[in-house]
Every structure is written in C-alpha cells, then in structure tokens.
Design a protein around this ligand. Structure first.
Ligand code: NAD
Ligand code: 89Y
Length: 344
C-alpha cells in the first residue's frame, strides 16, 4: 500500500456529509478523497466541489473501474448495499458499508461470504460503539472498575424529528429495530458479550410511519448477564436527549451510568466518580449531532488504521452479522411473543 489511501465515497446524501468531512479531516492520517459518486449528479458534483475530489461519478462501476481506489465507503441506504458491496468485492476494493448492513440476514450473509471468498476487507460502519461515552465505559470495564458486568439497560428514547433529515424512514416496514436497534443491540454485545436468547415487544405510536417506532427488548447473554435494550422515536421528554444513548451497567464490584448531557457516573467499590464524556464539537460538526459526528470520524479513523496495518476492523461484516441476527431475532420474538434462541 502507498502512503496515501485513495478513498472513494458512494452516496452523497444526508449522512454521507459526515463521512465526507471525516475523511477530509483524516488527510493527515493518509486518507484522500479522490472520487465521489451519487446517482443524483447534483449531489455528486456538490460533494466533489466541497471536498476537493478530483472526479465525480453517477455510476459506481465506472468509478471503481477507473479510480484504483484503496478504499470505498458506501453510504447509501440499505436496499443498495448488497449490489454495491458485491460490485466493490469484484473490483477487489477494500470496502466499508453503512449500517444496517442489508435489509435481510440472507443479503448480509451473501455479502459477507463474497468478501470472505475473495479475501477483501469488508467492514460495517457501526459507529455507536466508537462514541466517546461508549469508549470510556469500555475502557473502565476492561480495567476492572466494575468487576464482571451482570446487568445493563441500554436506552435510546427521543421525540426529535428524525424524519426531517431522513424522510425515507417513514416508509420502512421494519423500522426502529433495524434502523436504531442495530446500534443499541450492538452496544449490548459490546458490553455484555454474545447473546443466548432475546425477547421483544414492539409498538407503533406514530400513525404517519409504516413500521414499529418503539421496541423493548430483553436479552440473556451467554455469560449469564441480562440486558434491557429499548428504543423509541416517540418519547416526550424535555430536554430531549437526542441523539444520546443512555446506559446503566451493573457489575460485581460497581456500576456505570451514562446520563443525559454526556456525563458518566462510575461507582467502583464505595467510591463514586463523575466523568465528563462530552466530546469536542469538531470544527465541521454541530449540536445536537456532535456525539454521533465525532463517532463517525473515530470509526473512519479506526477503519483506516486497521486497513493500512493489514488488520481486520473491529466491526467486520462477520462481526456485524451477529448484531444483524439479533435484529432479525427481535422481529421474530416480537411476532411470536416469546424468547428466540440465537444460533451459535
Ligand atoms: P440518503 O437517502 O439521504 O442518501 C443516500 C444517497 O445515496 C442518495 O443521495 C442517493 O441518491 C444515493 N444513491 C442511492 N443509490 C445509489 C447508487 N446505486 N449509487 C450511488 N448513489 C446512490 O440516506 P442517508 O440518510 O444518508 O442514509 C444513508 C445510510 O446511512 C443508511 O444506511 C442509513 O441507515 C445510514 N445512517 C447511519 C447513521 C449512523 O449514525 N450510523 C445515521 C443516519 C443514517
Ligand atoms: O438513523 C439513525 C441512526 O442510525 O442513528 C441516528 C439516526 O440517524 C436517527 O435516529
């Protein structure tokens, strides 16, 4: 690999703006956006102009064929992920794809198998575990501050108008478990490990959206730990914590709480310590999104470093299959009103 990683971005819509800023900021770490692509030429052209990409495309195949990319970052919606990942794999281009990895587990498995068979780097941009508060909690747990985690609550509850930026979410028939559950179920795996079984109840509060907008899930982990993972886009609390994930983790020697306002409270033995886990507002970021935006940059930085070092990323497609399998199992559990065992 040369000193510079030639990055191409596919999809220049709402969330891709964060990726484009992140890759630009990682120039010093060896990333250079050389080309961008969107089927909408106005968006591709605007992204190329704002982020100094020398070429813009409306055809991903043409971009991959012409640009000799060291990395392609796919930031389109999930329906397009499988075809784009398989295309990138055929071009043997290391690939990152946004969450949700795909609309179905069958697609996710096929994409992962294609990358494995070709020996191509494939990672999922699952960014919540890279948020500053989550990184701090992980560091404290790894250092033994709360002993062995035995119980957790992972909660994302908001009434923020997410549809203004992401109007397509109104049309998703399988909605919050795939859109947001993908993040919070991933955090449950990160903090408490592999899952043995899952139960779920869903609710649909907003008549203007097709799918479920609220989910309450309970997980029994292989370690014996239990977690409650809940998310809603229809909660009425002020001040609204969007887009913060609030967490409580209890262990054999203490507890961690991540509270609204990005404040972490650590109980370790008989000492309680408050830790500020509010990340800096990056120069291109803005509130209330800054904690997510900072995690996008941290995720891109991690993936770039892993790729350049010849290592897999933490959130390989194979790893993410387990998170996606939890989403699928949660839908099955909600439909049947019973626990669903996870394949192991
Ligand atoms: P969007 O609709 O605003 O943008 C998608 C863009 O992809 C559009 O501009 C569209 O024209 C383009 N596109 C579609 N098919 C294409 C193709 N074949 N080739 C090239 N371009 C194509 O959607 P969005 O809100 O930016 O969401 C994109 C992804 O980001 C989704 O998977 C979403 O779940 C994810 N997302 C992640 C987070 C997070 O925190 N990780 C937050 C928001 C959205
Ligand atoms: O779509 C969601 C996601 O992935 O993270 C936050 C979000 O944009 C809205 O809740």
């Amino acid at each position: 690999m040369t000193d510079e990683t030639r990055v191409g971005v596919i999809g220049c819509g709402f969330f891709a703006q964060n990726h484009l800023h992140a890759w630009s900021s990682l120039r010093g770490e060896g990333a250079r956006i050389v080309a961008v692509c969107d089927i909408d030429p106005t968006k591709a052209k605007a992204a190329a102009a704002s982020f100094e990409a020398s070429r813009w495309y409306t055809d991903p195949e043409r971009m991959l064929g012409e640009q000799n990319l060291g990395l392609v970052d796919i930031v389109t919606r999930m329906e397009t992920h499988r075809a784009l990942v398989e295309l990138a794999v055929r071009h043997r281009t290391p690939t990152i794809v946004q969450k949700p990895i795909a609309p179905t587990l069958a697609d996710a498995r096929a994409m992962t198998a294609a990358a494995e068979a070709a020996g191509v780097f494939l990672a999922v941009h699952e960014n919540f575990r890279f948020q500053t508060p989550m990184r701090k909690a992980r560091e404290l747990i790894a250092g033994g501050a709360i002993g062995e985690p035995t119980w957790a609550r992972i909660s994302f509850r908001t009434g923020y108008d997410i549809y203004s930026g992401q109007p397509y979410l109104r049309e998703e028939e399988r909605f919050i478990i795939i859109d947001l559950g993908a993040h919070v179920l991933d955090l449950a795996r990160v903090f408490l490990g592999d899952v043995d079984r899952i139960a779920a109840e869903t609710q649909s509060h907003n008549p203007g959206v097709k799918g479920e907008d609220t989910a309450t899930m309970m997980l029994r982990h292989v370690s014996g730990a239990v977690s409650v993972v809940d998310c809603t886009y229809e909660s009425r609390r002020l001040p609204d914590p969007f887009p913060e994930t609030l967490i409580e983790i209890e262990g054999s020697k203490g507890a961690i709480a991540i509270r609204r306002g990005l404040h972490l409270e650590l109980t370790s033995g008989d000492r309680v310590t408050g830790i500020d886990v509010d990340p800096p507002v990056l120069e291109w970021a803005s509130r209330p999104w800054h904690v997510v935006q900072e995690s996008v940059q941290a995720t891109c930085a991690h993936m770039l470093e892993a790729l350049r070092a010849g290592r897999p990323a933490e959130t390989t497609a194979i790893d993410n299959l387990q998170t996606f399998a939890l989403c699928e199992a949660a839908y099955e559990a909600a439909a049947a009103h019973r626990f669903v065992a996870m394949e192991r």
